[in-house]
Design a protein around this ligand. Structure first.
Ligand SMILES: [Zn+2]
Length: 283
């Protein structure tokens, strides 16, 4: 019985996640097109026809409309669709991880998300909300940086505000660990930027400061290495298919953000697994 209810709750959370990331799609679109960000009308990006609620429903409108606008026939964005789909899973993971108030430094707890909703606890709630705001902002940065090759200051500042909030809500990570987290990646990146022209973008450095403050130094390092790995993998694939030449720049920010997002959700487990593996290898 509980398992059944848990699955139902997870599905519900999944829907909320798709709606949240769908909203991030809207903010991204309006930001890049320099339109008013908070505006309750949902319109087709291509013909401007106002959409009915069902036609703007995350994930499912794309499936029902078979990827095309009902009015002008223009293809709907596959990019937005994928982002909504991922958003659902990200939120479920965030809930399973932090729903019962268990923190960044603990393991991954797959236990009864319903508990966290039934036994409402302000502290847990604040913890989850901080984590959700963090992943939403990072998602926004992933998309905007990917499209425009820059990380706008307004998003960095918003991330910093959430990170400062995390000093209060995520108390399982000590304040010193939080503060070192802000510097552990951003300072070396800044130094590299000074030495190697075009090493990292200024936005990447600032974002690493803000995200590191939230994650604490251990997870900031984990997140940075995930980002480096993903970015490197992308570059290798692009180079081997000769889609870019060696001198071409590509935005590192999206990979960095995905790294920090993954570090928040499963970085502690990765770290634990890595240390355990190292211990086994060393006998
Ligand atoms: Zn249309």
């Amino acid at each position: 019985m509980t398992l059944f209810v848990d699955i139902l709750v997870c599905i519900l959370i999944w829907f909320v996640g798709t709606a949240l990331f769908s909203f991030m799609n809207v903010i991204r679109y309006r930001y890049i097109e320099k339109k008013k960000i908070f505006n309750e009308d949902f319109t087709c990006d291509s013909c401007g026809t106002e959409l009915k609620p069902l036609e703007a429903f995350p994930v499912f409108s794309y499936l029902f409309l078979k990827g095309k606008c009902r009015y002008c026939g223009e293809k709907l964005s596959l990019y937005d669709f994928v982002n909504e789909l991922i958003g659902g899973f990200v939120l479920v993971f965030v809930f399973l991880r932090f729903g019962d108030g268990c923190g960044i430094s603990s393991g991954f707890i797959l236990s009864e998300p319903i508990d966290s909703i039934v036994h409402f606890n302000l502290e847990n709630f604040a913890y989850v909300v901080t984590a959700i705001l963090f992943v939403c902002l990072l998602d926004l940065v992933v998309m905007v940086d990917h499209k425009t090759m820059e990380i706008p200051n307004i998003f960095v500042i918003s991330t910093l505000v959430v990170s400062v909030l995390s000093l209060i809500t995520m108390r399982d990570v000590g304040i010193i660990e939080h503060l070192i987290g802000a510097l552990v990646i951003s300072v070396p990146m800044f130094v590299i930027t000074l030495i190697v022209k075009g090493g990292f973008g200024g936005g990447d450095v600032k974002l690493s400061f803000a995200a590191g403050l939230m994650l604490g130094w251990k997870l900031a390092i984990v997140g940075f290495f995930i980002g480096l790995l993903l970015g490197g993998l992308y570059a290798i694939i692009k180079l081997s298919t000769k889609k870019i030449d060696k001198k071409a720049h590509f935005a590192f920010g999206p990979y960095l953000c995905i790294g920090y997002m993954m570090a928040l959700i499963c970085g502690a487990n990765m770290l634990w697994g890595y240390l355990k593996l190292a211990a086994i290898l060393h006998g």
